[in-house]
Structures are given as structure tokens and as C-alpha cells.
Design a binder for this molecule. Structure first.
Ligand code: KIV
Ligand code: ZN
Length: 512
């Protein structure tokens, strides 16, 4: 049995299903490039039938990111499969990923089909995909709650029709490790073409067991694991890439399997995903959390100073945590800056390059040291934005312990400049109220669901990154903004959210 584990990253698809974590086309491409640097084997770039935006993002990634397999998700329906293929057909190595539920619960209440009917659908769908490619993955949704005999029949049907990877999902995160591993082994034993297919698992983290279940599946013969960076994904998320990879690496004494992952890219990938999605990494998150390598107790500190291995099983260096400290300053020239962008995976047009370089120079004047995280934030602000229906032109805020917080805001709305002033209980409230006055559709309809400020890097002169979640008509979107002034960052974040709402109005996502 091969000892190489294929890492299938679905941050761009299942990860994007985290509430409020939607990404635009440019952000998806940026992340796909980083996943290529991380050396994942497969990326699931999206679910093309769900929206025109997703279709375009998958198609763009397929053309631009050549060093890995690009998968697109499709339900077991001809229209979905055709659309998926259309999006990935230019990829260096395209894969169609077909999914249909197989548990009796889903058959009865969701699909309203019999077991026999579902087998027919599988046969038709996989055969249809086989006209396009031989690289076909078939997923048995709610696999962990499916009768193992039927699961094996579904897998066998898909293999006979041309599937080369069979994925067993624990869709609702219900399984326990030993039980799930046993299920993988049982199904493999029941399927006669076992040696011709790659067995894969896709675990959700509802009970906090996604990584444990995936490891157990590997122990019982799975050779592809589906993961997301930082474990983001539907509800409680998916198997975390960094935890799975570092567990395999650290305990290779008991689990002698390798991955192709470039571990030194783990930290920067994790930060990038957090910045793009606005999903903050908890300080105690395994492997990439801020506290993952800090020792608080005196006994631990003493032990680590005497011998690291006493309390440390991983080092920051293992995941590339020391790398982003390479500093640029106000004397750094265009060439050094351009080189750094290249290293970070950005290929910018000369106009975009100029915009970002100007912003870098402005920032370097205010801040002594500009690190990778700062540059990523500048690019997120300047380049990765969705089209600006509303653009901040001017902001002035008066606040203090004796003043009524007052904001004067000038915004360009579809080419027209509008200026207004307003009050609030604090400077940010005054800014948001004034923006709402200008964008009148928001006065009643928009609700600020959450607001958070984080320092992008350490130090008193750090840039502030503001994330807001805004709700309108039942849709929640994330808005992001960064600036060395946090009120300006807040205004940018709020406008970014409103721009996303406008974008979604014009490019609706079909709910499946
Ligand atoms: O959780 C799930 O079952 C899925 C499938 C599409 C693999 O995401
Ligand atoms: Zn899933």
C-alpha cells in the first residue's frame, strides 16, 4: 500500500461555505496561488453551477494555477457536470467531483428517491463525466450514516462508470474515530476494484473530531484527505490542513505516511486565509494559534530553556513562522518591493503595481518596518476589492471626552460626490451613521452584526485591520479595511461590506 497521502484542499469551496466568508475572484486566485506554493495536490476551486462569479473564479484559477489538480464540484446532474467541466477544461489537470447523498435519511427526506434510483443516477452522472475526463471523484454525501453495504454498492457503481477517487464524507461530523476508520476498511473490502481507486475522506468538525477521524481513516486505507486551511468550513468546519499534516509529520513513528506539503508555507497560508475570510484564528488554535508556541508557566519555560523537547513537539520554524519577519522600510526601492510581491505570489499589472507601491511608500513613512502581513493588507485594500459602487474620498472625525462625536464623510457614489455630516455615540458610530445618511438604502435596512479590530502586526505603529459583518435582506457579508488609523479602517471596512452587498445584488448566488 502506498504511503503517500494526497492532500485535497477545499478551502475555496467548503471553506467558503463558512458563514460570511465569501471570497471574490481576485482573492480566490491569490489563495489558489498560495495553495500551489504550499504544494497541496488538489484544490477544489469551487462549485461552478452555483453562481456566475464562482464559475469565473474556477475558470480563472484553472488557467492560471498550473502546478496542481483543479477540481470543481457538481451534483449528480448533467447541467452541473457540464458547467463544472466548462470551468475546469483548461486546467493542467482537471478533476470533476460529483456528489450525491447515500444515507437513507437523505434519500427519504431530501432526494425523495429509492436506493435503486440513486444507483441509477450515480451510473448516469459518472458516465456523463467520463465523456470529458478520466479524473473523476465521486462522493457519497452523509457517507458515515449510510448502510455500509449500500455505501459499497454506490462506490462500486461509480467505479464501474469511471470514478477513480471515492470519497466518504462524514458530512455532519457525527462519526467517532474507530467507527469511521472501520467503515472505510469495510467498504474497501467490499469493493472489488479497491486497488484501482484512491479512497478519500472528508470530515466535518461538529464534535471536534475531524482530524482524529481523518487520521483513523488513513490508518484504515484512505490515501486522500480533504482539508481546509485553519479548518474553516460549513458549520464547525472541516479537517484542518495544518493539524493533519503536522500530526502525520510529528507522529511518523506510528503513522509512516508522507505528504508533499511545504510545511514552511503553513503559517503564511493560515494568515492569508484568515485575512481574506475575516475569520480570526483563535489564540489557542493548534499549530497556527498565537499561543501555539508560547510557554506561560515558569516550570515549562525553565524546561524549554534547558531542553526544548521537554515541552515543545513542534517549533515555529517548522511552519515558517520566522519567515515573514523580513522587513522592508521607507528606503526600500521599487525593485525590492516588486521582488517581495513575487515571493508572496502576486503578479500585478503595472497600474496596480504603481497603486500598491504608492500605498507602501505612504505606510513606510508612518511605520518603521513593513512586513509581509502589511503588504498583504495593502493589496487586499487596493487590488482584491470587488468593484467600488461606494468609494471613500474624505473622512474627518471629531471626538474626545468632552465632544459630541461628529463625522464628515465624502463618498463617491456611482461617479457622484456626496458629502454629509452626522453624529453618533462614538467616532465609529458617527462615521457609520454618516455613511448611512449618504447611502440611504442602508439607513433602515443594514444591520451591523459584528465589528472587530486587530493589529496586523505588533508594535504601537501597527496597522489596524477592521472586519465588519453587515446584514441586509437576510444576507450577511464580510467587509474588511486596513489603515494605520482605525476609524479610517472602520469606514473602509463598512463601505467594503456595502460594496459586497451591491455586488451580490447584481451577481446572486443560487442556493442549492
Ligand atoms: O460535507 C460533504 O459531504 C461535502 C461533499 C460535497 C463532499 O462537502
Ligand atoms: Zn463538506
Amino acid at each position: 500500500m502506498a504511503d503517500r497521502i494526497i492532500i485535497f484542499d477545499t478551502t475555496l469551496r467548503d471553506g467558503e461555505q463558512s458563514p460570511g466568508a465569501s471570497m471574490n475572484k481576485a482573492e480566490k486566485l491569490r489563495l489558489a496561488r498560495q495553495l500551489e506554493k504550499l504544494k497541496v495536490d488538489v484544490i477544489e476551486a469551487g462549485f461552478p453551477i452555483t453562481s456566475q462569479g464562482d464559475f469565473e473564479a474556477v475558470s480563472l484559477i484553472s488557467k492560471e494555477v498550473r502546478g496542481l489538480t483543479v477540481a470543481a464540484l457538481a451534483r449528480a446532474e448533467k447541467v452541473d457536470i457540464d458547467r463544472a467541466w466548462e470551468a475546469i477544461k483548461d486546467a493542467a489537470n482537471p478533476r470533476i467531483h460529483i456528489v450525491i447523498a447515500t444515507s437513507d435519511l437523505h434519500l427519504k427526506y431530501k432526494l425523495r428517491k429509492t436506493r435503486r434510483e440513486v444507483l441509477e443516477v450515480i451510473q448516469r452522472a459518472v458516465s456523463h463525466a467520463h465523456r470529458y475526463t478520466t479524473n473523476i471523484e465521486f462522493s457519497t454525501e452523509d457517507g458515515s450514516r449510510t448502510d455500509p453495504d449500500y455505501l459499497a454498492r454506490a462506490a462500486q457503481t461509480a467505479i464501474k462508470a469511471g470514478a477513480t477517487t471515492i470519497n466518504i464524507p462524514d458530512t455532519v461530523g457525527y462519526a467517532l474515530p474507530e467507527e469511521f476508520g472501520e467503515l472505510v476498511r469495510t467498504v474497501r473490502e467490499k469493493v472489488s476494484a479497491d486497488d484501482r481507486v484512491v479512497w478519500s475522506v472528508h470530515c466535518h468538525n461538529d464534535l471536534g473530531l475531524a482530524v482524529a477521524n481523518s487520521l483513523s481513516a488513513v490508518h484504515h486505507g484512505a490515501r486522500q484527505v480533504e482539508v481546509t486551511v485553519n479548518g474553516i468550513g460549513e458549520r464547525a468546519g472541516n479537517t484542518s490542513l495544518e493539524e493533519l499534516v503536522m500530526a502525520l509529520h510529528t507522529r511518523r513513528d506510528l503513522m509512516p505516511y508522507s505528504t508533499k506539503i511545504e510545511k514552511k508555507q503553513i503559517y503564511s497560508t493560515s494568515r492569508l486565509v484568515s485575512r481574506i475570510t475575516g475569520l480570526v484564528i483563535p489564540a489557542n488554535k493548534a499549530v497556527v494559534g498565537a499561543n501555539a508556541f508560547s510557554h506561560e508557566s515558569g516550570i515549562h519555560q525553565d524546561g524549554v530553556l534547558k531542553k526544548r523537547a521537554t515541552y515543545e513537539i513542534l517549533t515555529p520554524r517548522d511552519i515558517g513562522l520566522d519567515k515573514s519577519i523580513l522587513v522592508l522600510g521607507k528606503h526600500s526601492g521599487r525593485h525590492a518591493f516588486q521582488e517581495r510581491l513575487k515571493e508572496l505570489g502576486y503578479v500585478l499589472s503595472p497600474e496596480d503595481m504603481q497603486k500598491v507601491f504608492d500605498r507602501f511608500k505612504e505606510l513606510a513613512d508612518k511605520k518603521k518596518e513593513v512586513v509581509n502581513e502589511d503588504i498583504e493588507a495593502l493589496i487586499a485594500d487596493e487590488i482584491l476589492m470587488i468593484p467600488d459602487t461606494y468609494k471613500l474620498i474624505y473622512l474627518s472625525v471629531i471626538s474626545g471626552n468632552m465632544a459630541v462625536p461628529t463625522a464628515t464623510v465624502k463618498i463617491e457614489v456611482n461617479g457622484e460626490i456626496i458629502q454629509k455630516a452626522g453624529f453618533g455615540v462614538g467616532p465609529i458610530d458617527a462615521t457609520f451613521n454618516t455613511i448611512n445618511k449618504i447611502i440611504q438604502t442602508c439607513t433602515k435596512a443594514c444591520k451591523l452584526v459584528s465589528f472587530s479590530v486587530n493589529a496586523i502586526t505588533g508594535g504601537m505603529d501597527a496597522q489596524g485591520q477592521v472586519n465588519v459583518r453587515v446584514e441586509r435582506d437576510g444576507k450577511i457579508v464580510l467587509g474588511k479595511g486596513s489603515d494605520s488609523d482605525i476609524i479610517t479602517a472602520s469606514a473602509k471596512a463598512y463601505l467594503n461590506a456595502l460594496n459586497r452587498l451591491e455586488y451580490l445584488k447584481k451577481n446572486p448566488i443560487k442556493k442549492l
